[in-house]
Design a binder for this molecule. Structure first.
Ligand code: C2O
Ligand code: CU
Length: 425
């Protein structure tokens, strides 16, 4: 079934507004259409989304469509688009090519705009999708609020250094804009959960208190086969799709983030994001094939690398610490050519983890520290543990123009761990 390609229009108005994260607990948030997250944008593969961004914020903004394979000029970064000034609008045209879970967020003053709530999910569906009883989108975030529920930045040197180094992590944990909500799910059902980590810096080691689930998709859509798991690490920027259930009537469990040491000064502990109550039984109609998709490998592990990318740290007189790529903050990296397979060795030269994100193109991880990943997947964000090396493969198609790659910890982008480069004809 070939989709004729509908045109779907959305309007996103970026505002400052009051948002209730929990009963009686209201913050002054920034968000799209007076809600956190912004509306879920739905489309089918082949459709064109026309999204008008209206900026009612007190400062310039843009929207980046994280994971979408769109033309460079729609990517929302400073190299391809003048920021949308307060009171102005911009129309994005996005022809969607891939089924999966994506998300959108500003690429301007990210540490403020995204922290305060400017982000939203996108669901792109294929003509044929596995059948589940229910589908849920769970967008994870945390906010760092002071005792007046305000987003203050630390003023003392050490806490400022810490936020720049660790990334901003808060104790207000949100799913879909609500603090530790209670969700209910019918017994006997199998649901498709689409998870997005929209937090500034939090490493979400997702768990359902030890209950098992199946991983069915990642950043770039479905996997080939479902993978059984009881936990999965979701770094800032990443998406994961799960098949969850069936459970028994009366069961109750938490959606938790387990401790994951990643080289920050923060004390890691088990933290709850939500409680799930299992209600009355309903028979399941879920049906998903054993083999969900074919993913052709782009290259083998011994492919010859075409580029080295080093994630590094350096001293800064003003801030104590800078984050760099190949010895530069805000690097302008060498161009790549359309049709030339890219094999990049990404080195993390530091003692902390970084989630590496490539704009506009999916890659395959060939190996991390000499070991193949557990399953083949299309990714746009991959975690690099301390002193590690990941070899990735990706193909620049004909979408020429300026693109980016960077660490998805927002404070690290700000501190320089990002690069622009050109895809040339
Ligand atoms: Cu969600 Cu440049 O990234
Ligand atoms: Cu980083």
């Amino acid at each position: 079934m070939q989709n004729q390609g509908n045109i779907i229009r959305y309007e996103l108005e970026a505002h400052v507004f009051d948002w209730e994260i929990a009963p009686g607990k209201t913050i002054q948030a920034w968000g799209y259409n007076n809600q956190i997250p912004g509306p879920v944008l739905h489309a089918n593969v082949g459709d064109t989304l026309i999204v008008t961004l209206k900026n009612n914020l007190p400062e310039p903004t843009t929207i980046h469509w994280h994971g979408l394979r769109i033309p460079a000029k729609m990517d929302g970064t400073e190299e391809v688009q003048g920021a949308v000034m307060p009171g102005e609008s911009f129309e994005y045209q996005l022809e969607v090519k891939d089924a999966g879970t994506f998300w959108y967020h500003p690429h301007k003053n990210e540490t403020v705009q995204m922290e305060r709530g400017l982000y939203g999910a996108m669901v792109i569906t294929a003509a044929e999708e596995p059948v589940f009883d229910e589908e849920r989108i769970l967008v994870f975030d945390d906010m760092k609020l002071d005792e007046n529920l305000e987003f203050t930045k630390p003023s003392w040197w050490l806490p400022r250094w810490r936020e720049r180094h660790d990334g901003r992590q808060g104790d207000v944990r949100l799913i879909n804009g609500k603090q530790e909500p209670t969700l209910s799910m019918a017994a006997g059902q199998i649901e498709r959960w689409r998870l997005v980590n929209a937090a500034s810096a939090r490493y979400l080691k997702f768990s359902l208190q030890g209950k098992s689930f199946q991983i069915i998709g990642t950043d770039g859509g479905l996997l080939e086969y479902p993978v059984d798991a009881t936990e999965i690490l979701i770094t800032p920027g990443e998406r994961v799709e799960l098949a969850v259930g069936p459970f028994q009537e009366g069961e109750q469990f938490e959606i938790q983030s387990l401790p994951y040491k990643h080289g920050t000064t923060r004390k890691e502990k088990i933290e709850s994001f939500a409680t799930v109550n299992i209600t009355d039984y309903q028979a399941s109609k879920a049906a998903f094939p054993i083999r969900m998709r074919v993913i052709e490998p782009l290259a083998t592990r011994d492919a010859q690398p075409t580029r080295e990318v080093h994630l590094q740290v350096g001293p800064s007189l003003k801030n104590g610490i800078n984050f760099m790529i190949n010895k530069h903050q805000h690097l302008h990296d060498r161009p790549v050519k359309v049709g030339e397979l890219q094999i990049w060795d990404i080195y993390n030269d530091m003692m902390m983890d970084h989630p590496f994100h490539l704009h506009g193109f999916f890659f395959q991880v060939l190996e991390i520290n000499g070991k193949s990943p557990d399953y083949l997947a299309w990714k746009d964000t991959v975690n690099l543990p301390p002193l590690s090396k990941a070899r990735i493969a990706w193909m620049p198609d004909d979408r020429t123009g300026m693109w980016m790659y960077h660490c998805h910890i927002l404070e690290h982008i700000e501190a320089g761990m990002m690069a622009h480069f050109e895809v040339q004809a």
